[in-house]
Design a protein around this ligand. Structure first.
Ligand SMILES: Nc1ncnc2c1ncn2[C@@H]1O[C@H](COP(=O)(O)OP(=O)(O)O)[C@@H](O)[C@H]1O
Ligand SMILES: [Mg+2]
Length: 240
């Protein structure tokens, strides 16, 4: 089983990770020597002010971008040694990504958006069920434009979960929904982590949400400012 094999290795191991962006003659060090070790099966909350490097770190872990320096391994596989084709396979087979801005295909229905990804990884038989799991069974044939922000975000979550990914990366998944919808979304991700042994990294800037993590990481100016054990409280029980 992939999940068992995965649990023998840290989910994410980063050593002295740097990410430098070049903007004309200005350089920005978005990550400045980040070293972390995230055990498999953990629900990780990644906190930090705007511009602290949260999205950058997620993009590197998800193989959407490459570090400028340092080592990065996911489930024992060195991402820093992969070529473009291998990175594509890694993204497809290992990672579920929930973006801040949904990124749904506007001309496809909710179900078609989920199936598009599921077909790539051979889990199309799970498409309808996953859409139902996020509470959207009745919205399968709606286009994104016919859905509320919270519903669109749930389609994006179904699209990430239908792959049954070992690693789920979510960039402020509740940033654009109301508190109650947000709580539902986080509960779903939290339970999926418990039930399936998935590892999840959830970016937020809501400090109260740190309580739901097994592990809490805090970034400040591209550096890890804090690594703490979390209280692992179900999102439904957290006062927001
Ligand atoms: N593609 C990019 N090009 C140039 N600078 C970037 C790029 N992406 C992020 N940055 C810069 O890197 C820093 C970290 O950004 P980001 O990872 O998006 O932070 P966060 O997600 O915590 O708000 C910021 O100063 C941001 O302006
Ligand atoms: Mg961000």
């Amino acid at each position: 089983m992939a999940a068992q094999k995965a649990s023998a290795q840290p989910a994410i191991a980063a050593t002295d990770l740097w990410k430098r962006y070049y903007l004309g003659d200005v350089t920005v060090d978005a990550l400045r020597g980040v070293s972390i070790d995230i055990p498999a099966g953990n629900f990780v909350v990644l906190l930090g002010p705007s511009g602290s490097g949260k999205t950058t770190l997620l993009n590197l872990a998800g193989g959407l971008d490459v570090p400028s320096e340092g080592e990065l391994s996911v489930f024992g596989q060195r991402l820093t040694g992969l070529n473009e084709e291998q990175l594509t396979t890694y993204r497809r087979e290992t990672v579920g990504f929930i973006f801040q801005m949904f990124n749904l295909v506007p001309t496809l229905t909710a179900l078609e958006n989920v199936r598009l990804v599921a077909q790539l990884v051979g889990t199309d038989h799970l498409s309808r069920r996953t859409l139902a799991d996020v509470g959207l069974a009745e919205f399968a044939d709606h286009l994104p434009s016919q859905l509320s922000g919270g519903e669109q975000q749930r389609v994006a979550i179904a699209r990430a979960l239908v792959k049954q990914p070992n690693l789920l990366l979510a960039d402020e998944p509740t940033g654009s929904v109301d508190a109650e919808t947000g709580r539902g979304i986080l509960s779903l991700l939290w339970e999926e982590t418990r039930n399936r042994g998935m590892t999840a990294v959830i970016v937020t800037h809501n400090n109260a949400l740190a309580q739901m993590g097994d592990l809490v990481l805090r970034l400040r100016s591209g550096e890890i400012a804090e690594v703490a054990e979390g209280a692992a409280i179900h999102p439904r029980e957290i006062q927001l």
